[in-house]
Write a protein that binds this ligand. Sequence first.
Ligand code: MGD
Ligand code: MGD
Ligand code: MO
Length: 753
Amino acid sequence: MLNRESTDLPAGPAAAAAEHIVRGACPHDCPDTCAMLITVRDGKVVKVGGDPDHPTTNGALCAKVTRYPERTYHADRLLQPMRRVGRKGEGRFEPVGWDEALDDISARLRAIAARDPQRILPYSYAGTMGFVQQEGMAMRFFHKLGASLLDRTICASAGQTALAHTLGGAVGMDIECFAQSRLIIIWGSNAITSNLHFWTIAQQAKRDGAKLIAIDPYCSDTALKCHQHIALLPGTDAALALGVMHVLIAEDRLDHDYIARHTLGFDALKERALAYPPDRVAKICGISADEVIGLARDYAGSRPAAIRLNYGTQRTHGGGNAVRAISCLPALTGAWRDPAGGVLLSASGHYPIASAALQRPDLLPQWPKVPRTINMVTIGDALAQADPPVEAVIVYNSNPVAVAPDSEKVIAGFSRENLFVVVLEHFQTDTADYADYLLPATTQLEHFDLHKTYGHRYLMINQPAVAPVGQARSNSEIFRQLAARMGFDDPCFRDSDIEIARSAIDWTDPRVQGMTLESIAQSGWSKLNVAQAPFAQGGFPTPSGKCEFFSERLAAQGLDPVPDFVPPHESVQSDPRRAASYPLAMISPPSRNFMNTTFVNLKSLRAPTHEPACELHPDEAAARGLVDGQRVRMFNDRGACLLKLNVTPRARPGVVVAWGVWWHKLAQGERNVNALTSQALTDMGRAPTFYDCLVEIEAASSEMTSTDESSAEAPSAGAPSAGAPSAGAPSAGARPTRAGPTGASRSRHPPPA
Ligand SMILES: Nc1nc2c(c(=O)[nH]1)N[C@H]1C(S)=C(S)[C@@H](COP(=O)(O)OP(=O)(O)OC[C@H]3O[C@@H](n4cnc5c(=O)[nH]c(N)nc54)[C@H](O)[C@@H]3O)O[C@H]1N2
Ligand SMILES: Nc1nc2c(c(=O)[nH]1)N[C@H]1C(S)=C(S)[C@@H](COP(=O)(O)OP(=O)(O)OC[C@H]3O[C@@H](n4cnc5c(=O)[nH]c(N)nc54)[C@H](O)[C@@H]3O)O[C@H]1N2
Ligand SMILES: [Mo]
């Protein structure tokens, strides 16, 4: 499967030597997208390191990705195709040949498609972010089939929609320029966890005298190291941004020239901001009026002033409006005039992506009419209620049973005996337990790819370092072979991985002028030609060419054209009745050692935390008679999970911080935090509201508190070993109770009672 043609591209140095280094790119859903140097000895990867020449990677990888060899050669790695033998969710499989598996899968899909191809649904996200292995061949396949479209909204679509309606796209500052900023506001981002290489840059700025301010309900590792931390309540960022505007306007600290030339709708924004005086904002946000005023004065008084905004701000009901309000700020003060001023949420919109050539929507049977769209966030409801029903789900690059909100409903959906499920994976995840066919996929060390990024401006190449492990095949190869079996004979289904990568970029665009796939492969990466201060003279990619405080396009959708504070669905202020039963606002931000649910099954990365944990303020703990270190049950009317309690003032009163995102089956009680989160959506972008979730916490009953890490180990997954029907040793049944509201005993993900 190693794509023959890939050797045509210049590989890394000394490609033929017994020990050699191959250039890779980190595939994960992280803004850093690091350049990797992969050391191969005798056909095996022995080391993965960071490229010292790549300006943002700067020679360093995070603890997770340094462990790529351990992950790749892990004893639980899926090495052969498998077919279900037990009940859905039991996770019991038998080995099957590739041909038999692909023949049967294509026959099943053909039969369903004959009734209505919309009954088939792809489910995928960002297990890998490469053009080839993420959606390149997969999307062509599902388009040709006429399957339901998947709305890929689980992470960023509220913020992206907001940016599109304000700046004109996912565009902004060059991350490297933050080194020269005099003020950096780190807004809804725990950079030390989720954007480590930006943190290196921010520390450089700090050493050079910049002030760092964190805006975060939790005193994260990052907030701890900033000069100031503003601990607002979750989901109140728009109010804070409007309060800052109020002060800027009241004290006339505006760049009137920039506003006049390069913005649209100042009067409407001014009127809105005047409704948010600091006292009102302080009440909404749970902070002091002085903090609002101080933030505004710091912002207006520093030049260059930069905002590193992250997706943590947009996982509540008003997330879209929050991102819109925050991204209006640099146009009010003219911060965009400097390369080290402005805002960065995502840089992905700077890449000239040829998505029509890559994904071929024109292959849809009734193009330009498109099939129905199913939102990946509400997969729980969709599997129960969609009409016509979903009869098949093909999962790749994602672990929906663990990452989608409202787990009990997701589990119930995947438990349907009349749902045909195919999962392409590296490991036997929570989702894999529900597969009818479980297909072993290659890792980034075993396949070719080309990457855009969302945190910096380099196109990145990933060369395969070694041959696929076991019988693993790349996503692109699996969909290529399925396409052949379905009789899809368009030439694009025979494209090699190199050809798919080439089709992904509009090479005529000035931003990639002078670049070819081959030239990028030479160094492993190549920087886009985009101005360091892209909006110093305006030129926003909006319809008006201006920063749109007022958005005609939002108005046309019947939405508020001017940013406002949209309260959380669930908070003490917005829903006091619900808060009477569930008074704590729960947020579940990324863990440092995991990448969403990826790496949770690596014992070495799980070791520091040992088990899922949460943090609660001493006053909240005392009010409940809870003590540090004890096991607690966190619950609401949707579900429950068991956590170890850390009592610490780093969590503000009213908020519980429950780190994401464990595998259900590796957690005590076999439920992670998504058992409690809801399927409610954001104000724009149809996105999830993971951090908009009221809960209560109590001591776990004694039968829930047996703490034996070994009992929470993964069942040895889908086994490489000689043909034995493997996996899913019924370890689950040996455990005491599940965390769920019913407390009923259960097998591995039981349908809710
Ligand atoms: N190690 C690691 N890195 C990751 C990930 C991971 O799981 N682990 N996930 C990756 C993914 S998928 C993404 S999308 C990115 C970005 O992921 P983000 O969701 O931006 O994650 P963080 O940077 O950790 O920042 C979230 C911060 O926002 C805070 N927060 C929560 N609610 C609010 C709120 O309402 N307002 C404000 N101001 N702050 C809030 C949290 O306490 C946390 O400190 O990170 C990526 N990087
Ligand atoms: N409670 C709560 N839930 C959350 C979040 C949160 O902050 N709190 N964060 C949300 C966010 S921001 C996101 S982005 C989503 C992430 O959700 P997902 O995108 O589902 O992310 P992962 O859990 O990392 O699962 C990715 C899976 O893809 C697999 N994979 C990796 N590479 C390949 C490949 O080449 N081929 C195949 N076939 N498989 C591959 C990995 O083994 C892994 O199991 O989760 C969301 N869920
Ligand atoms: Mo994400």
